[in-house]
Design a protein around this ligand. Structure first.
Ligand code: C5P
Length: 305
């Protein structure tokens, strides 16, 4: 029986984020194309004595700004899974961050998905995929996608997934900002900017799906669009400068990732990604720059000991 289970879980970028009207539950109706990228948080679950409950240590990039208590989504995921299984949530969790905190790349959701998979293996529950999806959807809008990875359409709050056919590998550069942006604040700013205008039902652009099917990075770069971008740029005007730097240095497309403030740049190839990364680092408008690729696999066990 394993005493420690280690899980890797990817960040996401929304290739399109179409934000529709506000629903009666306060969430916005979405149509989005999620794309998992190889920027990975590690979640480790270690056996704890009976009655110990959950404990959590957060390590890595910007760890000090992550709450290591019962409000953390990874902690809540462990409690939700144990409740579902009718057992006590005795586990020591260690989360090692590489995904930017409050960066619009679903880092907290990734940690929740990682905790579900790690605890399910540690406690030898064999929870069905459907039950894990249901638990994930309650934890947050992006947690279900972090379980699945790859590239997928999300509807509803983002938790209802359907697969997307995508070929090839895409090269990405991410510009990480100083400090995060609050997701609710960005949605609220989006509502404020829209004022009383009628908001149409959100739709995915056929050109974007066609670009993914064909593995066509040039067409994908042109089709990428994020309805939250005006709101994120309104709250953090410097993001406009960062996006321009990437576009001026060969990016095929540049968008704010999710609710921001991370900016995502699609590159032609690994060499072009390096050029974009060097230019962004030199411009001094962001905290750090990461080069990676997608699509990446969803939450998965990488070691048991
Ligand atoms: O589901 P999650 O916890 O990630 O959502 C965080 C916040 O983002 C919500 O409380 C809400 O303010 C906003 N949100 C939204 N519509 C969505 C998803 C998130 O308004 N579809």
């Amino acid at each position: 029986m394993a005493d420690t289970v280690t899980v890797h879980v990817p960040a996401k970028v929304n290739l399109q984020l179409a934000v529709g009207p506000v629903r009666s539950d306060g969430f916005h109706e979405l149509a989005t194309v999620f794309h998992a990228v190889d920027l990975i948080d590690e979640v480790r679950a270690t056996r704890a004595p009976q009655g110990a409950g959950v404990s959590l240590t957060v390590l890595g990039d910007d760890a000090e700004s992550v709450p290591a208590d019962a409000s953390n989504l990874a902690w809540r995921a462990a409690v939700a899974l144990a409740k579902h299984a009718g057992i006590d949530p005795d586990v020591q969790l260690t989360v090692t961050k590489a995904i930017p905190v409050a960066g619009g790349m679903a880092g907290g959701s990734a940690d929740a998905a990682g905790a579900l998979i790690a605890c399910d293996a540690l406690w030898r529950l064999g929870t069905s995929r459907a039950d894990l999806d249901a638990l994930a959807a309650v934890l947050g809008s992006d947690v279900t996608f972090a379980l699945h990875g790859g590239t997928a359409i999300g509807t509803g709050r983002g938790e209802r997934l359907s697969p997307v056919l995508s070929t090839g590998t895409f090269h990405w550069v991410f510009a990480l900002a100083n400090g995060g942006l609050s997701t609710p604040a960005v949605y609220a700013e989006c509502d404020r900017l829209r004022g009383s205008a009628e908001v149409p039902a959100p739709m995915i652009a056929p050109a974007l799906l066609q670009a993914l099917r064909a593995g066509d990075a040039v067409a994908l770069g042109q089709a990428m669009v994020n309805d939250l971008q005006p709101a994120a740029v309104s709250l953090r005007p410097q993001l406009g400068l960062t996006l321009d730097v990437g576009l001026d240095h060969g990016a095929l497309g540049a968008i704010v990732s999710g609710s921001g403030p991370t900016c995502a740049f699609l590159a032609h190839d690994a060499e072009s990604a390096l050029d974009i990364a060097v230019a962004l680092s030199g411009a001094g408008t962001c905290r750090t720059v990461v080069r990676t690729s997608g699509p990446a696999q969803g939450a998965r066990v990488i070691a048991m000991s």
